[in-house]
Each structure stands twice: as C-alpha cells, then as structure tokens.
Write a protein that binds this ligand. Structure first.
Ligand code: KIV
Length: 294
C-alpha cells in the first residue's frame, strides 16, 4: 500500500499505487475502473505495466489454469500460491484475492482467518467473496479487521449447482429486486466495491447509480463503474467455451499451437538448434580436452 495521501499531486508520468480510495474517487469522476484476472507473475507484470487499475486473482483459476469443470475444487492453498506469484509481478495495481469455495461459508472465524492469509501471506490488498444477504456477518467481520472486501452478485460461480448452471441472473422482477437489495446490504456491511456478473445491463446500471461504492461488471453492460474480464478469455487462451459477454482481444491459443508446431517441426528436421542458438568453446580448449582424453 502507498503511504502517499491519495489526493497528493503527482509529478507528470509518476504512477501511484491504486487503493480502494482510488476506486471510490474514480466512480465520483465517472472514470471507468479497469480490472483483469491474473494467476501468475509474467501476466501480472505485463498487466501492471499496461496500467491496469486492479488485478483480481480469481478462483476462475480452477477452470482456466487448473482445468477443473468449475471453481468448486479450488483450495486456499491453490489461491495463496497464485496470489503470491501475482504479487511479485504487480507494483501499482490494487490486488484482490478471491476467497475460494468453503473458505468463508463454514464460520465467521474461519472466514476472517482465511481472509487474513491473503494479506499476510500472499501480498494481496483486498479479498472478494460471493453472495449477498447471507454473507453480511462475514463481510462485517472481515472489514472490521481492516481488510477491504469486494462483493460479488448475480452469477456467482461457486453456487453453480444451486443456480442450475452458468446462467444470467436477475431477469425477473423478484430476482432483480433481490439483487438491488443485496447490493445495498453489502454496501452497508462495508464492501468497497461489488462485482455484478451476468445480470441485465439496465439492472446493473440502476444498481450502479443507487450505490455509492463502485460496481465492476462482467457481462453486465456499460453502465457499471468498471469492467472485469477473465484474462484467459480476453487472450483467447481458454477454448472450452466463451461466454457471450467476452470480447477476444487476441487468439493466443492458436498462436501457441503455431509456435509449438513450428518447434516440433524444426527439431524433427534438425534445423533447431542452429549455430546462433548454440554454445561453443574455443578450438584450442577443445583440442586440449581431446588430448587429455587420450
Ligand atoms: O473468479 C473470477 O475470475 C471472478 C471474476 C469473473 C469476477 O470472480
């Protein structure tokens, strides 16, 4: 965390660490907040250098990196391992660690202890957890320990079985009303921001206007205060399925396959390694070596 007051003037070109206060100030200025997921050092480094406001080490890790069918098998140890790598790569972004399934549902004490590990052991600045009114005690306890909490409403992947699949939420009157109420309750409990995932754009927009804290949308339209995408979707690295709301900014899966095929061909044809990729020794050293063998 920076020790510079958030409103202190900056020398031109100087970058400051993004904090939860930056999030709030950006909302007031209608300055969109940019968030992406990362799970490793090189990705975090590139993102941080590109100027992203915040990096979420999402439990989407389970699907896009670890190959599970959903996020449920992800453990605290998985999350901490990847959070540590991201923290080593990112200097300026606000770092948010996603609390995995069963790390905050069993008891408030458990939730508090696990939230603390993200900051104490893994270099995160904040945590995220899924759910609304049923999570208020947990949110209050974590926030009162000085740990910023991001909420997550709408399509909450850890409840995939309860929701009957990865499907949009809040499309009927009662569900839309419940979502708005949950967002207000999470704000009151102390969340600094809320992710709205896969909810109708006009509902997300209305919620964003009613809240003082910023909303970060994923599949929730342009009316949110910021946007987040799963980086493997954006880069075209996750081929299993692509949700409608994803825009692919690259096709790295094809690019990786192209590079791997080229390598395989060149090794088979013995065109790699060539002289330029080879270490040599001086002729006289080699000759002495051969002489010594005789
Ligand atoms: O796990 C994750 O990556 C997330 C984002 C989709 C918001 O929760």
């Amino acid at each position: 965390m920076t020790t510079t007051p958030p409103d202190a003037p900056l020398a031109s070109g100087e970058r400051k660490k993004v904090t939860t206060l930056t999030f709030r100030r950006k909302k007031l200025r209608h300055d969109p907040i940019t968030v992406l997921t990362a799970y490793d050092y090189p990705t975090a480094l590139a993102m941080d250098q590109a100027g992203i406001d915040s990096i979420l080490v999402g439990d989407s890790l389970g699907m896009v990196v670890l190959g599970y069918p959903n996020t449920l098998p992800v453990t605290m140890e998985d999350m901490l391992h990847h959070c540590k790598a991201v923290a080593r790569g990112a200097q300026y972004s606000l770092l948010i660690g996603d609390m995995p399934f069963m790390s905050y549902q069993v008891s408030v004490q458990d939730a508090l202890r696990n939230a603390g590990r993200f900051l104490q052991e893994a270099g995160m600045d904040a945590v995220k957890l899924e759910g609304g009114r049923e999570r208020l005690d947990v949110v209050r306890a974590i926030v009162s320990a000085g740990i910023p909490v991001m909420g997550h409403l709408g399509l909450t992947p850890q409840s995939v079985h309860q929701l009957g699949g990865f499907r949009p939420q809040g499309r009927e009157v009662a569900a839309a009303r419940r979502l708005l109420e949950d967002a207000l309750l999470l704000q009151e409990a102390g969340c600094f921001s809320i992710v709205l995932e896969s909810v109708p754009a006009r509902l997300a927009s209305l919620i964003s206007q009613r809240l003082e804290i910023p909303t970060i949308g994923i599949g929730a339209g342009a009316g949110c205060d910021g946007q987040v995408l799963v980086t493997h979707d954006l880069l075209g690295l996750f081929e299993r399925f692509t949700p409608k709301f994803v825009k692919k900014y690259a096709d790295l899966h094809s690019e990786m396959k192209r590079a791997f095929s080229a390598y395989i061909d060149e090794v088979r044809q013995q065109t790699f390694p060539s002289a330029e990729h080879t270490v040599e020794m001086l002729d006289e050293e080699w000759q002495s070596f051969l002489d010594a063998l005789r």
